[in-house]
Design a protein around this ligand. Structure first.
Ligand SMILES: [Zn+2]
Length: 146
């Protein structure tokens, strides 16, 4: 049950690598469909947040559970060999994430972390993200009746 087929494993590895990975695309498309507009991978911001909402000063990080050592997560299993090497590596990633978020906060930004393993529960995830972002689109004009 818990062993991956070759294809699943290569899918997972390709997801871990680099930008525009599939889970990130899924989140982006869903948010776009809901009317949110955003920028991607802003290099001028600490940690290059994956999805940025400039007018709200809010940034989303989409983290792979493995590389960012998602606590208590099944996907984030510690490798059985070279444990110390991996532990140090994960520790550095987690530390860097923390520093980036702190730097963003100091610049007046808030951040939300989305974990790779959350993305398959799309509805729940979108509720969380839209709850964080607030209503989509431009500010609703107050209309006066009469
Ligand atoms: Zn996870």
């Amino acid at each position: 049950m818990d062993t991956l087929t070759k294809q699943q494993r290569s899918e997972r590895m390709s997801r871990i690598r680099g930008k525009n990975t599939r889970p990130e695309l899924a989140v982006r498309q869903a948010l776009y469909a809901l009317g949110y507009r955003y920028q991607l991978h802003r290099k001028d911001l600490p940690g290059k947040p994956d999805i940025v909402f400039p007018s709200r000063k809010k940034a989303l990080f989409i983290h792979g559970c493995f590389w960012h050592a998602h606590q208590g997560c099944k996907v984030a299993n510690m490798p059985k060999s070279r444990t110390e090497y991996w532990q140090a590596k994960f520790q550095r990633n987690v530390e860097r994430d923390k520093l980036n978020k702190r730097a963003l906060r100091r610049m007046g930004w808030s951040t939300l972390t989305v974990w790779e393993c959350e993305i398959k529960h799309t509805d729940r995830l979108l509720r969380r993200v839209t709850g964080y972002l607030g209503t989509a689109g431009t500010k609703v004009k107050k209309e006066r009746s009469s």
